[in-house]
Design a protein around this ligand. Sequence first.
Ligand SMILES: [Zn+2]
Length: 69
Amino acid sequence: MPRGDGTGPPGGGGGGGRGGGRGRMGGPYAAGPGGQCVCPSCGRRAAHTAGRPCNQTTCPNCGTRMTRG
Ligand SMILES: [Zn+2]
């Protein structure tokens, strides 16, 4: 083709920089509400209570403070 006329790829344009749209992250609720807590000692998992950190929840099985699973 002698001269691309309209059919070729657009030259020099584009490079779309759509950078937005990342979800909220960080903050005190980085792991999100409604996760699971896991016991580091015995591995037991329990539903995380919203508003209550896992490390204030004790394992129902062995009594160890749980961590965020
Ligand atoms: Zn446990």
